[in-house]
Structure formats: structure tokens, C-alpha cells
Design a protein around this ligand. Structure first.
Ligand code: ZN
Length: 344
């Protein structure tokens, strides 16, 4: 059995692979966000060399690579902060540490992820409790126009949103479809991929779509300190500003995971937090027909729809999108970018 630790630091993912004795079969190797394909190729090669027995280990501050690893058929586990040493301020614990935890099979530390379970498998109850405990903070921020999940519904409008990109394969396909139907949407890229694909961020904005901040490495924000949250948001804002000319005023927490503190920290730099009221559930690859039904069955006037242009295999999202647009256009919906003004 071999084990791969997959960490992140700044603009890079970092990979270390160890064998069953703990010896490194692959010394720490860095991959920028544009080289996810090469990273996966290398891990598949390691899996083949290990006779198919390779476990990949990520931590909960890195939620933007696991879906791509799973889509490639790799076995993926998540480790949470209470099983890990202190992280650096803008990175995960070193990949070597993650590989060692996976090799030792530390009981209770490893959470197996699957394509249908999502990055936070095993922490669903905690997330639900955190969300419930945020209701008062949401109301308070909502009154100030700093938090919303949908528009007022006074007009027959809908805002489609695409998270977790940009991705060199899927994002251009989604942009092409939106262009074909003359539809405007909003994209919430992660900083790690936005920094790697500034051309795609520029293309999104040049096409008239809205832009929002979806953090740097797609962490489970309740695991982070205030300083880490602010750095995730600031670094992403900088990467988006570099590519698009200006940092967006919207921010969306990964997984919608929030606590009252997280919400206040997110809006602290003057941003508005945006969630959604209709979840396409496309991240779980339930089939294009189900994605179409989830969206068109859920949308009402003022809805904000959550979809994804990256973070895993998004071929079903690409397949579902034209029909979703046709159905909503038939119902006379106007497609608007997410911002408080157009949805009130
Ligand atoms: Zn996301």
C-alpha cells in the first residue's frame, strides 16, 4: 500500500507519496493550479506502480482537489484539524504529514470520501448545527444587505451561479452555452484556480457575467481562524482583481458552511455574503435529468441557483444546462447576475 499526501501552499498543490515503510517513493512535488491534470496523471501512475493500492489524503482546508481525484478513480480520504499539527497561515499541513497519517491509518483520523458524499462526508450533522446556529447572524446581516440567499421575487428573475472554477475544460463549454442562449450568470471562482487561469476569469467578465469570491482553497471555513479566513478572501480578491480589473463585492462560503463568526469575518472586508435557495446538486453527478429537475423544479421568482463549473467531473452540468435554460426561458424568466440591486 502506498499513500499520497496532497497539500496546498500559496499557488501550489504539493504531493508526497510514501510506501508502506514510510519511505518516500516521490519527493515533495509542487503543481500549480493549471497543472491539476499532471498531478492526477502522476498519482494514477503511482497507483499503477503500487498495484492499484494508493490512498490519497487531503485535509479540510483543501476542498478543491478531492472531486478531481475521485473523478479520476482514485481513493481519497480527508483529515480534520483536530488530528493534525498547526497549519502554516496560508496552506495546509505539509503533504508529508498527510501521507504519514494515511500510512499509519490513524484510527478515526481518516474519512473516506466518495463521489456522492462530498468533501465533508461525516461532518453533515455539524454543518447543519452550525447553519442553524447562524440564523440570528444571517437575519442581522440580511437587514444590512450584507447577506442573502435569494432576491425579493418581485420580478420574474433568476440568477444562475457557477462555483469552484475556472476549469480549462468545463468553464469554456458553459460560457459557450450561456452565450448561445444570450444568458447572463455569475461565477464564483476559487483563488487557486483563478490565479492559474486568469484568461478564463477575464473571459467570464468580458462576456458580461458577474463574479464573486469563493475563497482560495475551498476550505471548511469553520475550521479556520479569523486571520486565515481573511487571508483566503483577500488573496482570492487579489487574484480576481489581477485577472478581471476589480475585486468582486460578493463572497460565497464553500459548502455554504458558516457560523456567526465566519459570516462576520467574510463580510468584514466590505463584502456581501451570497448563498442560494436552489441547489442543482450537480456536484454529486446524479444524472443530467435529475440536475434539470432539481433546478427547474426549484426555481421561483428571485431564485439563486447553485451549480458548478469545476471541482470534479462536470460533464452532466454541461449536458443539463441547455435544457435548463430552454425551460426557464419558456417560462419567461430573465437571467440576471447576482447582486442585491438586480434582485430587489
Ligand atoms: Zn464550492
Amino acid at each position: 500500500m502506498w499513500t499520497a499526501g496532497v497539500g496546498w501552499r500559496g499557488v501550489d498543490f504539493e504531493v508526497v507519496v510514501v510506501d508502506s515503510s514510510g519511505a518516500e517513493t516521490l519527493a515533495p512535488t509542487g503543481f500549480g493550479g493549471a497543472r491539476v491534470g499532471a498531478l492526477i496523471e502522476l498519482l494514477l501512475e503511482c497507483a499503477a506502480r503500487a498495484g492499484g493500492a494508493l490512498d490519497c489524503v487531503v485535509e479540510s482546508t483543501n476542498g478543491i482537489i478531492d472531486g478531481h481525484l475521485l473523478a479520476a478513480g482514485l481513493r481519497v480520504f480527508r483529515v480534520d484539524p483536530w488530528s493534525l499539527p498547526q497549519r502554516p497561515p496560508h496552506g495546509s499541513v505539509p503533504a508529508r504529514v498527510l501521507a504519514e497519517i494515511g500510512r499509519a491509518g490513524s484510527s478515526g483520523a481518516l474519512n473516506r470520501l466518495g463521489p456522492g458524499t462530498g468533501s465533508l462526508a461525516g461532518r453533515e450533522a455539524e454543518c447543519a448545527a452550525n447553519a442553524a446556529g447562524s440564523a440570528e447572524a444571517e437575519l442581522e446581516l440580511g437587514r444590512d444587505g450584507r447577506y442573502f440567499t435569494r432576491g425579493s421575487g418581485k420580478r420574474l428573475e433568476v440568477a444562475l451561479t457557477f462555483d469552484d472554477g475556472p476549469h480549462p475544460g468545463y468553464t469554456p463549454q458553459i460560457l459557450d452555452i450561456l452565450h448561445r442562449y444570450g444568458v447572463t450568470a455569475t461565477f464564483f471562482p476559487v483563488g487557486l484556480y483563478a490565479a492559474a487561469h486568469p484568461d478564463l476569469v477575464a473571459r467570464i467578465v468580458d462576456a458580461g457575467h458577474g463574479l464573486g469570491n469563493h475563497t482560495w482553497s475551498h476550505p471548511h471555513l469553520p475550521d479556520l481562524s479569523r486571520d486565515e479566513v481573511l487571508r483566503q478572501v483577500e488573496a482570492t480578491g487579489d487574484a480576481l482583481a489581477k485577472a478581471a480589473g476589480a475585486a468582486p463585492g460578493l463572497v460565497r462560503p464553500p459548502y455554504g458552511a458558516r457560523t456567526p463568526d465566519v459570516l462576520r469575518w467574510l463580510v468584514e472586508p466590505g463584502l456581501t455574503a451570497v448563498l442560494w435557495d436552489v441547489d442543482a446538486n450537480d456536484w454529486a453527478s446524479p444524472g443530467a435529468e435529475t440536475i434539470i429537475a432539481n433546478v427547474t423544479g426549484g426555481v421561483t421568482a428571485g431564485s439563486i441557483v447553485l451549480m458548478h463549473d469545476a471541482g470534479g467531473n462536470r460533464s452532466q452540468t454541461v449536458e443539463a444546462l441547455p435544457r435548463i435554460l430552454e425551460i426557464l426561458l419558456e417560462r419567461d424568466y430573465a437571467f440576471v447576475p447576482v447582486n442585491a440591486a438586480s434582485l430587489t
